[in-house]
Write a protein that binds this ligand. Structure first.
Ligand code: C5P
Length: 220
């Protein structure tokens, strides 16, 4: 059974690349960010204070969540309710990054993440997949891009949806989030020692997928 980990900051293209690779190889997919988002949402719904670490860890340990194949990819169902689009909002993203900073929450989600590793293989998308969750992974990729390029991508996404956005403010936000994610005490965002770093600043999604597939073929 093989595991490919793809870590990196938000906006580097991990989500799209991982979904494509999982479809191409017909492997399982772990979107670990979704687990932190769902934990944040569940804690809020149960009125659990986000600074009450043991209580939030209990929410994480008892998550009643399923990932079901849907028309547009995977549907996320929390306690019987579909929350696929709800967990993608900026508000839930902020809850996610707060609960993700709690070591007991990370511990509570560790085994659940490892359980995704099933034959024939797993593509694991996150921040600490290669460093903490799957240190024995066969292939580790750290996918990054400049803050300006990631902000540009976000700017395009938002304006396509008709949402007003300011590019300088997005660049600021991304820089601040990078700083928070890389400097936190538990599972900071950093490439595993044995990771291949791919900078997607001037690459298309297809080019990134080709580079990862080349690593898969080399490893076979
Ligand atoms: O990748 P996504 O934006 O969905 O992740 C939401 C938040 O969850 C991130 O901002 C990050 O703080 C946290 N996260 C994490 N470790 C992971 C995946 C996500 O700390 N493996």
């Amino acid at each position: 059974m093989s595991v490919i980990t793809i870590d990196g900051p938000s906006g580097a293209g991990k989500g799209t690349v991982c979904a494509r690779l999982a479809a191409e190889l017909n492997w399982h997919l772990l979107d670990s960010g979704a687990l932190y988002r769902i934990t944040g949402l569940a804690a809020e719904r149960q009125s659990v204070a986000l600074d009450d670490e043991p209580a939030v860890a209990q929410v994480a340990a008892q998550l009643d969540v399923t990932f079901e194949p849907g028309i547009d990819g995977v549907a996320v169902v929390l306690a019987g309710e579909e929350v696929t689009t709800t967990i993608r909002t900026e508000e839930v993203g902020s809850l996610a990054s707060q609960v993700a900073a709690l070591p007991a929450v990370r511990d509570a989600l560790l085994q659940r993440q490892r359980d995704f590793a099933k034959a024939p293989g797993l593509i694991a998308d996150g921040r600490d997949m290669g460093t903490v969750v799957f240190p024995q992974a066969d292939i580790k990729v750290f996918l990054t891009a400049s803050a300006e390029e990631r902000a540009q991508r976000r700017f395009r996404q938002l304006t396509e949806k008709g949402i007003n956005a300011s590019l300088p403010a997005l660049i600021e936000d991304i820089r601040a989030r990078d700083e928070r994610d890389s400097s936190r005490a538990v599972a900071p965002l950093k490439p595993a020692q044995d990771a291949v770093v791919i900078d997607s600043t001037s690459l298309s999604i297809d080019e990134v997928c080709d580079q990862v597939m080349a690593l898969v073929h080399q490893a076979r």
